[in-house]
Write a protein that binds this ligand. Structure first.
Ligand SMILES: Nc1ncnc2c1ncn2[C@@H]1O[C@H](COP(=O)(O)OP(=O)(O)O)[C@@H](O)[C@H]1O
Ligand SMILES: CC(=O)OP(=O)(O)O
Ligand SMILES: [Mg+2]
Length: 401
């Protein structure tokens, strides 16, 4: 069975094509800057050189058409025809309380995803466009949706309720959902395998630090708590998102700066975080480079980012009354030697001893980067949300056949 995995973001669409016989990747790629002046398509077939193409791609339907063109191209394609694709799996950021696992796309499922637009305005509408585009371009192909929120659905009330009037939960389902669940599930499971220990015996803190960033406290292989909340804005400082701030700032700023709801939402989601403090970029590579060149704002951004991450790790170690494994993953977590070093050197009281040489080594493998005497195992585990999405898609479609 061949499975196409689509991860549609607000202005981008990432894809991977799997042959599920051996879980090999036949091609992968991404469409960036959808709806902007020049969109970039980068396509990487498994055994042919990468192809880049710049053109105008105004919406996700056109983006899916471009992906199909790339996948079936006579020179750099991976398929003779799209008929070879048996199923499509989508990452969906918000599944609310309704979706506790992955499901086949039906009219009712689509209606439910639409009802959740309010809770993830940056993400869910884009995912829906991805689903519609596949329906239009690949009629009859079964689709499966895999939710970022599903893995965190085991959180207890003490973690997921906010201390605000209970009627708001009953009426509007205002609660913590948590996100990046597929990634937290994948890396915690992989870490236990690498350590050769049963997952349900370990207390873990998983740090998914990408453009969006979240931490999770994983006990007995389940989420006890996680830093993102009702939306992916809460928690850690991120590339362009503020993370935790005093909620009173919102009405105060709206009043003083005469901002609308949309404007204040956009300020906190798109114009805050590392971008706002550094004044340079939301990209950790550019901020680290500027910091190393002596830029004080970049240093402040890096210091705030790592300080806030340290506080969450400490809080989750306290929440679980201990920590056995600390895991770094996603773009920044997997690649930033400086971030891991700064964070780990500041929380040695937890029994963390980083091996500086192992930390500096580059590898695509899941690995331990703490010293043998370190009480807590520190690990880098490259995430693979797409593989879990492909696996769920495969098993759900197979079962339905
Ligand atoms: N070599 C690197 N060093 C430091 N940061 C990196 C490196 N490579 C990628 N990153 C960071 O990873 C981030 C993207 O992470 P990723 O997990 O791909 O994010 P998302 O899936 O949310 O778009 C970039 O913003 C960049 O800051
Ligand atoms: C949920 C979320 O923040 O996703 P991403 O990191 O892909 O933006
Ligand atoms: Mg991501």
């Amino acid at each position: 069975m061949k499975v196409l995995v689509i991860n549609a973001g607000s202005s981008s669409l990432k894809y991977q094509l799997y042959d599920m016989r051996d879980e090999s990747v036949l091609a992968s790629g991404r469409v960036e800057r959808i709806g902007m002046d020049s969109s970039i398509v980068t396509h990487e077939p498994a055994d042919k050189p990468e192809v880049r193409d710049v053109s105008e791609i105004l919406d996700h339907v056109t983006a899916v058409k471009r992906v199909i063109d790339m996948l079936t191209h006579p020179d750099h394609g991976a398929l003779e025809s799209m008929k070879e694709i048996d199923a499509v799996g989508h990452r969906i950021v918000h599944g609310g309380e309704v979706f506790k696992g992955s499901v086949l796309v039906t009219q009712e499922v689509k209606n439910e995803i639409r009802r959740l637009f309010d809770l993830a305005p940056l993400h869910n509408p884009a995912h829906m466009m991805g689903i519609t585009a596949v329906e239009a371009n690949m009629p009859g192909v079964p689709q499966v949706v895999v939710f970022d929120t599903a893995f965190h659905q085991t959180m207890p009330k003490t973690s997921y309720l906010y201390p605000i009037p209970k009627v708001l939960y009953r009426r509007h389902k205002i609660r913590r959902y948590g996100f990046h669940g597929t990634s937290h599930a994948y890396v915690s499971d992989m870490a236990a395998k690498v350590l050769g220990k049963p997952l349900d015996t370990l207390k873990m803190v998983t740090c998914h630090i990408g453009n969006g960033a979240s931490c999770a406290a994983i006990q007995d292989g389940k989420t006890l708590d996680t830093s993102m909340g009702m939306t992916p804005l809460e928690g850690l400082m991120m590339g362009t998102r503020s993370g935790d701030i005093d909620p009173a700032i919102v009405p105060f700023v709206m009043n003083k700066e005469e901002l609308s709801l949309n404007e204040v939402n956009s300020m906190l989601n798109k114009h805050s975080g590392m971008l706002a403090i550094s004044g340079i970029s939301s990209d950790m590579r550019e901020v680290t480079e500027a910091m190393n060149d002596g830029d004080e704002n970049a240093k402040l951004a890096f210091d705030m980012y790592t300080y806030r991450l340290k506080k969450y790790i400490g809080a989750y170690a306290a929440a679980m009354n201990g920590i056995d494994v600390l895991i770094f993953t996603a773009g920044v977590g997997e690649n930033s030697v400086a971030l891991r070093e700064t964070v780990c050197q500041g929380i040695t009281f937890l029994g963390i001893e980083l091996d500086l040489e192992l930390n500096a080594q580059r590898s695509k493998e899941a690995r331990v980067i703490s010293t043998p005497s370190s009480r807590v195992k520190v690990m880098v585990v490259p995430t693979n949300e797409e593989l879990l999405i492909a696996r769920d898609t495969y098993s759900i479609v197979k079962e339905a056949q």
